[in-house]
Design a protein around this ligand. Structure first.
Ligand code: AMP
Length: 143
């Protein structure tokens, strides 16, 4: 197993060195919009502990990530009313992982709308800010 590299971009976001469209945070987890969303509302949920992938994730972080994923997914469902919700998580370059800090993708799916490319096009920052607001609002409403 490779050692965790704490210069990866998500480690920098968790340290507050780089801004993010944060939608949710608790002691163990952090959730933010994907800046190259494959659909509207595409969100990533990260453990705060330094795990590169599923194999490194300690049990408490694994539990916390799935609970936060459920909580944030419910808020996205309320905010965007997608027709379905896809969870995705990549382990290793061969599987499509490009950022080596564990993260769960929450990808809302809309009927007749193909997904946009993975890690392809940066979304407009005002749109991302608006979408982050909608999710934060829905989290407040369901809290
Ligand atoms: P992967 O490791 O394959 O799951 O891909 C990393 C994901 O993180 C991709 O979907 C990227 O669009 C996304 N991403 C990359 N940099 C950032 C960032 N600074 N903030 C939010 N999402 C990002």
């Amino acid at each position: 197993m490779m050692a965790y590299d704490d210069t990866n971009i998500f480690a920098k976001i968790l340290r507050g060195e780089i801004p993010a469209y944060r939608v949710y945070e608790d002691d163990r987890t952090f959730a933010m919009l994907d800046i190259m969303p494959q659909s509207d509302g595409h969100t990533l949920v990260l453990p705060k502990s330094p795990a590169e992938n599923l194999f490194d994730l300690d049990p408490d972080s694994a539990t916390a990530v799935i609970l936060s994923t459920q909580r944030v997914a419910r808020a996205i469902q309320a905010a965007f009313s997608p027709d379905g919700m896809l969870l995705q998580q990549f382990n290793g370059t061969a599987a499509g992982q490009t950022v080596f800090h564990f993260h769960m993708h929450i990808v809302p799916r809309y009927e007749n709308q193909p997904l946009r490319g993975h890690s392809r096009n940066m979304a407009d920052s005002e749109l991302l800010e608006r979408h982050a607001d909608k999710i934060r609002q829905a989290l407040n409403d369901t809290a």
